[in-house]
Design a protein. Structure first.
Length: 458
């Protein structure tokens, strides 16, 4: 394993216009296929020289990564007006569109720069609605909305391609209203893979973007049915395992791809989204980040690496809750969550290098950085920082670091809390996330409210 990057680096909160796309462009390759611009993003990139490479079984690039990169570039263009990001997005969408099969589903991997489709790998086949088709929908729906005024022809093309997926969404919903009981939990059966709430959340992100661009009652019904399934899979509460989270599937929860709160806010279903933020996201901030939870072993701590993809899902859920409610608590929590990229993590060191634009591939539970920087990490890091950077109420807490979690009784209440401090560390630079275990509520305390609380806590 190459040595982890050393030093603190530039940990200033990046504004959207100052995000560094240099490494993203290093991973990318612009081509012209059949006279059209196409941009691929290489799957992997290895330290210490940061050469790009593919996988002999998978290929060199995939819809999974390129579609998310398109969302990033479209959102960056929308936030900043940066025409370079619009041009990046055009090429990325060109890649995604070429990967659609005649029945509307998408293949995932390409084997070479001629974009030869890998039709053999089990994670590349266009046989059913799966992760890569869901992510393609997210990119296409976002393009319909963002490019409506800037490139109507491409927006129309993306709209037609997105609608080609809708029969497969309708096929899922044939089972709408069907449930199974699994170890005492009610499980819906009309999601991707039956109970794949994680993959379905990214499909809902695409459908809501498409509907926002071109409202359609049938589309709205699909969104409502899928959102209902996501809501059913929120289990437990602050004190009751599994702590009020939205499950990834019937077996458990994993941070990566678990974008249910983000998707539910976009779908206008705030109640379940707010509950996960209050009960579970607060726990992740106070106790510390987690990679996964096995429902059959509640006491086990996962030793999997924490990755940018998991941090994005929590961060964006909190950002969207702030945008929907105006409650600054969610903005502050989003800033703390995304602070993982700038050093609020087990290593105490940045996972995003502002000088190069790299986001490192992972962080062990004991604080060992995986210094490689592939497509997924790079895209997810930039996207998280872009969305947090749009809101000063969130961005101002990106550089905060957490102290040790504390469980104690304060004024007769059983509390679990953690204090965070940002440089330079004065009274105005402190914040506490306080979980009240008696009432199962959470408070984010700053200023005078924080000082009163700290005086009571002794």
């Amino acid at each position: 394993m190459p040595r982890a990057p050393s030093g603190q680096g530039d940990v200033l909160p990046p504004e959207p216009a100052r995000l560094n796309f240099a490494h993203f462009d290093h991973l990318s390759e612009d081509l012209r296929i059949d006279g059209r611009p196409v941009r691929l993003v290489h799957l992997y990139c290895a330290a210490p020289d940061y050469r790009v490479f593919g996988d002999p079984q998978e290929g060199i690039s995939c819809v999974d990564d390129v579609a998310r990169a398109a969302v990033l570039c479209l959102r960056h263009y929308e936030a900043t007006g940066d025409d370079t990001s619009r041009r990046r997005a055009v090429g990325l969408l060109g890649f995604v569109l070429r990967m659609q099969s005649s029945d509307g589903l998408f293949h995932n991997f390409v084997l070479d720069r001629e974009l030869t489709i890998n039709r053999d790998h089990f994670r590349s086949r266009a046989e059913r609605l799966d992760w890569w088709s869901a992510r393609a929908m997210w990119a296409l729906g976002t393009a319909c909305r963002v490019l409506a005024g800037a490139d109507k022809a491409l927006a129309d093309h993306c709209h037609r391609a997105a609608r080609g997926l809708l029969p497969h969404v309708k096929a899922l919903l044939v089972r709408h209203g069907s449930f199974e009981e699994h170890r005492g939990r009610r499980v819906p059966l009309w999601l991707i893979h039956g109970d794949g709430a994680d993959a379905t959340s990214e499909l809902v992100l695409g459908l809501t973007a498409l509907n926002r661009a071109r409202p359609d009652p049938d589309l709205q019904r699909m969104i409502a049915c899928l959102a209902e399934g996501l809501e059913v899979m929120r289990y437990g509460s602050m004190n009751r395992f599994p702590y009020g989270l939205h499950a990834s599937n019937r077996r458990g929860w994993h941070a990566w791809g678990n974008a249910q709160t983000h998707a539910l806010v976009e779908a206008g279903r705030l109640r379940s989204a707010l509950a996960e933020a209050r009960h579970f996201y607060s726990r992740l901030l106070v106790r510390g980040s987690a990679a996964s939870i096995d429902f059959d072993d509640p006491r086990a701590d996962s030793d999997e690496e924490r990755i940018a993809y998991g941090v994005r899902c929590v961060t964006l859920g909190l950002v969207r809750l702030f945008e929907a409610t105006g409650d600054p608590d969610y903005a502050r929590m989003a800033g703390l969550a995304a602070g993982w990229f700038l050093g609020n993590n087990a290593a105490g060191r940045p996972m995003y290098d502002a000088a190069t634009g790299r986001t490192y591939d992972g962080l062990s539970a004991t604080g060992v950085i995986n210094p490689h920087s592939g497509a997924e990490s790079t895209v997810e890091g930039l996207y998280s920082l872009l969305e947090v950077g749009r809101h000063p109420e969130a961005a101002e807490w990106l550089t905060a670091r957490g102290g040790p979690p504390r469980k104690e009784t304060v004024a007769g209440r059983h509390l679990w809390w953690r204090e965070f401090t940002r440089p330079p560390g004065g009274a105005a630079d402190r914040l506490a996330v306080v979980m009240d275990l008696d009432s199962e509520t959470v408070r984010v305390l700053v200023g005078d409210d924080l000082q009163v609380f700290l005086d009571q806590a002794g």
